[in-house]
Write a protein that binds this ligand. Structure first.
Ligand code: IMP
Ligand code: MG
Length: 178
């Protein structure tokens, strides 16, 4: 059983998410417009898939999509260890890669995954995260595209979970222990 929590009023509303995802889609589409190959979009399961699907729908680019799953987080605190649960199966050598994350907190997961993807002899690897929580950073990570910079709070909704729950909420909320 997970400890009970209470949710704030929405920190980020569905309208704000939609507008920002649209802006990110425009920026990314124009920055890769001259790329000779389809953009390899790698989605980090499970949290980022809600954001990534909405982002993919507004990209005006040829893309190829794959998933991987990593784990570094239990409950409300990071364990500090990154474990690859499942890897990509699509070849990405020679292509431009966009890693899509739900949130960058300590930075351990994203920096590990960026190195992992770059080891496939990619043309480039960039990071797009829905949320950036810079106060939690333990290792520096180049965040190329961020939806929202948020304060040092535990958040959930729109893909982000608390012990696997709450992912389907359409807004993002701050969760606090009751
Ligand atoms: P990092 O390795 O500490 O940067 O954390 C990466 C992962 O921790 C994210 O992909 C999330 O799954 C999880 N995480 C970090 N902060 C939060 C949060 O505020 N709410 C929910 N999950 C979080
Ligand atoms: Mg999680």
């Amino acid at each position: 059983m997970s400890a009970p929590i209470q949710l704030s009023h929405p920190l980020i509303t569905p309208d704000q998410i939609r507008d920002r995802v649209h802006e990110l889609g425009e920026t990314i589409s124009s920055e890769y417009a001259d790329s000779p190959f389809p953009l390899s979009v790698i989605i980090v399961l499970k949290g980022a898939c809600f954001f990534a699907v909405d982002l993919l729908r507004v990209l005006r680019l040829p893309t190829r999509v794959d998933f991987l799953q990593a784990s570094s987080y239990i409950g409300m605190g990071s364990t500090g260890e990154v474990r690859l649960i499942s890897d990509i199966t699509m070849p990405i050598a020679g292509t431009d890669v966009l890693l899509v994350e739900d949130i960058v907190d300590t930075g351990l997961t994203a920096s590990w995954l960026l190195r992992h993807l770059a080891s496939h002899a990619t043309r480039s690897v960039r990071l797009c995260t829905l949320l950036d929580k810079p106060a939690g950073r333990q290792v520096s990570v180049p965040v190329d595209y961020a939806g929202f910079t948020i304060p040092d709070e535990f958040v959930l909704g729109y893909g982000l979970d608390y012990d696997e729950g709450y992912r389907n909420l359409p807004a993002i909320y701050v969760a606090r222990p009751v």
